[in-house]
Design a protein around this ligand. Structure first.
Ligand SMILES: [Fe+2]
Length: 142
């Protein structure tokens, strides 16, 4: 292969890599749709599987309350396989970001905890992102 042919091959490879990267970004964006249960009092299995469960635990000596978030309710645990997993969990206190955990498939499942000062906080909002089924939110009054 001469220099000119090598440059052509490199150019085609770069275009293919860019198209692949763009397709992956588009797929990730499409999976970022905000979802919510139709009726939070009577969630179906899919809604239970994706809705974060927010549990307040003990408060430490410095005034931080442990806020535990697991994804799945009613005994249903969201799967964590190479093709389908909870890829992030965020926690907001009165719409202010407390923190965000990025999760990897298989080695972890949809769970995170944050130590939060809840003085004057009225609501906690947990968001969980499923790589296939969108972003699910649970809001808790404190
Ligand atoms: Fe899912």
């Amino acid at each position: 292969m001469n220099r000119r042919e090598a440059l052509k091959v490199a150019g085609v490879a770069a275009v293919l890599a860019a198209v692949g990267s763009e397709a992956k970004m588009l797929e990730e964006h499409m999976n970022r749709i905000e979802m919510s249960p139709k009726d939070s009092a009577k969630m179906d299995k899919g809604e239970l599987k994706h809705s974060p469960l927010v549990t307040l635990k003990e408060k430490d000596a410095n005034g931080y309350t442990l806020v535990e978030i697991t994804v799945g309710q009613g005994g249903i645990i969201h799967p964590s396989t190479p093709d389908h997993w909870i890829d992030f969990i965020e926690l907001y206190a009165d719409d202010k970001l407390v923190g965000k955990n990025i999760l990897e498939p298989e080695i972890s499942r949809g769970a995170a905890s944050f130590a939060v000062k809840l003085d004057n906080v009225k609501t906690l909002k947990a968001k969980a992102g499923c790589n296939l089924h969108g972003i699910w939110t649970t809001t808790l009054s404190v």
